[in-house]
Design a protein around this ligand. Sequence first.
Ligand SMILES: Nc1nc2c(ncn2[C@@H]2O[C@H](COP(=O)(O)OP(=O)(O)OP(=O)(O)O)[C@@H](O)[C@H]2O)c(=O)[nH]1
Ligand SMILES: [Mg+2]
Length: 220
Amino acid sequence: MIVAVVPAYNEEQEVGNVVRNTLPFVDRVLVVDDGSTDNTAQVARDAGAVVVAHAINRGLGASLGTGIKSARKIGGKKIITLDADGQHLAEEIPLFVRALDGHEVVLGSRMIEMKGNMPAFRRAAQRVGNMLTYVMFGLMVSDSQSGFRGFSAAAADALEIKTDRMEVSSEIISEIQKSGFKWTEVPITAIYTEYSLSKGQSFTVGIKTALKLFIHRIKS
Ligand SMILES: Nc1nc2c(ncn2[C@@H]2O[C@H](COP(=O)(O)OP(=O)(O)OP(=O)(O)O)[C@@H](O)[C@H]2O)c(=O)[nH]1
Ligand SMILES: [Mg+2]
């Protein structure tokens, strides 16, 4: 069974489209409603998703942790994570499904073929994120902060997500490094809209995330 996991925080505007576009490529879409204060959960359910909810907002890391474990519980053997704000194209899911036949982890990279309309300042921020992740955890990948990923059942079961917020993306890279999982990258398209840019990550969040990662690195 192929299960898509979609972490969502106040995404009532886009999550319905993401669920409808994703359903043709998977067996189940599991939306993690991360303590949204809008109608994210109902919109997702009406669109055909299985919804798991956090009572309060806990962050992307906590949402991915909940989503991946829940996907395994409902029988997911191949688990694909994608964002709820429309940044990722569902029609690229088969790239991950195929690559999971020979790999435990598949990372969707926006930096291989530069497809889509990611703003230049975001690209620069991604490169900084890649470098920091490499310096802290010793594994260089072309898009460490990408939310479009694929996990095998073994990788999903072995993955221990300890960080709650945006640090999770680099933490997953450190888990790949530690575990020795066979991994690969596939080129993906990044769709940025006025909507996703208006609510996306700020520079300050980036700095905070880097500091929290550094502390996580020291502790681990
Ligand atoms: N911002 C934020 N997003 C969350 C949270 N919990 C879950 N998410 C979801 O995590 C995904 C990524 O969040 P975004 O805010 O789009 O972050 P991003 O994609 O790294 O940043 P952009 O490149 O600016 O879009 C989205 O599907 C969010 O709905 C949370 O507490 N805060
Ligand atoms: Mg986004």
